[in-house]
Ligand binder design. Sequence first.
Ligand SMILES: *Cc1c(COP(=O)(O)O)cnc(C)c1O
Length: 384
Amino acid sequence: MISYGKQHITKSDIESVTKVLKSNFLTQGPQVPLFEGSIKKIIKSNYCIATSSATSALHISCLALGLKKGDIFWTSPITFAASANCALYCEAIVDFVDIDPLTFNMSTKALEEKLILAKKKNKLPKIVMPVHLGGLSCDMKLIYKLSKKYGFKIIEDASHCIGAKYLKQPVGSCLFSDITVFSFHPVKIITTAEGGIAATNNKKIAHKMQILRSHGITKDKNFFQNNNHGSWYYEQVELGFHYRMSDIHAALGCSQVKKLNQFIKKRHRIAKIYDEKLKDLPISAQFQSPNTISSRHLYIIRIPDNISKYSKKEIFHKMISHGIGVNLHYIPVYQHPRYKKLNIKKKNFPNSETYYKEAMSLPIHPEIKRVDVIRVVNTLKKLF
Ligand SMILES: *Cc1c(COP(=O)(O)O)cnc(C)c1O
């Protein structure tokens, strides 16, 4: 089976991890700050807070921006559920903005229309979370402009997106957002096994997230509210969580980061083969806007109805039976049973609904060989 995504682990990764296992620190040693430093350098943000997962980073991002019970939160329906769950953890009201049919990202047109309506009803969102689907950045400059006009905060879910660029700047530089979150789950661009990072340029937000990821405890005497009892003293100033990354995970991250460029290059090579070899089929791929350089986390194609003798669903299952691990990113979040009770109407998301019927992700990751890519192409072509 050619899997749709997979980690690429080499000897240097294994050595990096075993070195930590032989050291004095398995957690809270030097590796986490090192990893944060190396990501900071790549994405050009002022602060990086490493966490146990992107999900936990998204949660403390919402908290750091003050998302509370009853506040309104919007994201894209075409994403992993974690992009919306983080707001439910804060007891916020979750709603969605339909996608653009070409980029598959949150539509800025739909966003603006929804904002105009929300303003009339006095129901503007506190936070909007654009998701950079498959590694393709949303149009952040436009979303940022809207945020100034309508007064909302922005968290970028860049889980797919480390190594990508927007307007020549790395995604994560937070030029057009308050916080950007990355995931280091094994199927993502680089991995720490489990892990994430929240990046920001705001000192206060960074400090808040640092405290929230570690129980709400501070050891910095500048932030003590009571008198300092002595050198053992620390204070719990908030109700935080245990969302830290371990040094073992961070060590894997430190050695993976060194291969980021190489991984992205490989992904672009694979995408280029798909672009070229599939261009004669009556399908479409995600539109790569000239403002962006995608990390090429996913290669998503759309297969409209009635263009092949098989339906998309049949093509999907036939690809699997031929040993090709296609996938579907994603089921619209509002369709999940847990979200059904929010009473969100499918008819408000026509582009997401059609996307879900047509989308299929082809295998793309650093370990795929050219012959495998050709096999994917030929299998797909035969089904047409
Ligand atoms: C993977 C992913 C997450 C969650 O990442 P974890 O590190 O597994 O918590 C969130 N959002 C999107 C879009 C993702 O793809």
